[in-house]
Ligand binder design. Structure first.
Ligand SMILES: [Zn+2]
Length: 148
């Protein structure tokens, strides 16, 4: 399975989140050979829970794994510090990112630590979140922890 096929699962999650009235960011955890372990999306609004980012939702959906080195976290957006910390903590081996133009998170830091990082510059990811931010600036700032 190529990176864009993996990204399609994360994009589908982001769209599901948007349809629920939430922040449209999706993620999925795969094995390197393309087996889906878990998928999820940001649920800040839906569950009134600031701790459920797309990556943490996918991570939880994957259940307990003994070793994450051969897993790939695929996310529609550059992972924030919280989710970059998750990747670091569990030694997830690779991160595939839809876009990093609406938000530049911790992926440079992860690359420095030896995590394989690919930013796909996907126009659909950029457009979906970009429109959301334009329409919901306060909610977006809340999500990334920026005070008004
Ligand atoms: Zn995050």
């Amino acid at each position: 399975m190529n990176p864009r096929e993996m990204l399609a699962t994360a994009v589908a999650e982001a769209r599901a989140g948007l349809a629920e009235g939430g922040v449209p960011i999706g993620a999925a955890l795969f094995t390197r050979d393309g087996k889906l372990l878990g998928r999820g999306h940001n649920r800040r609004v839906q569950w009134d829970d600031p701790a459920i980012h797309a990556e943490t939702d996918a991570f939880r959906a994957a259940g307990r794994q003994r070793d994450y080195r051969d897993t790939v976290m695929v996310t529609t957006l550059s992972p924030c510090w919280y989710c970059s910390g998750l990747v670091r903590q569990f030694n997830i081996g690779a991160v595939i990112i839809g876009e990093a133009s609406n938000f530049h998170g911790g992926h440079d830091w992860l690359a420095e630590l030896g995590v394989e990082v690919a930013v796909l510059d996907d126009p659909d990811c950029t457009a979906m979140l970009g429109s959301f931010i334009e329409a919901n600036p306060a909610l977006w700032h809340e999500d990334i922890g920026v005070a008004d």
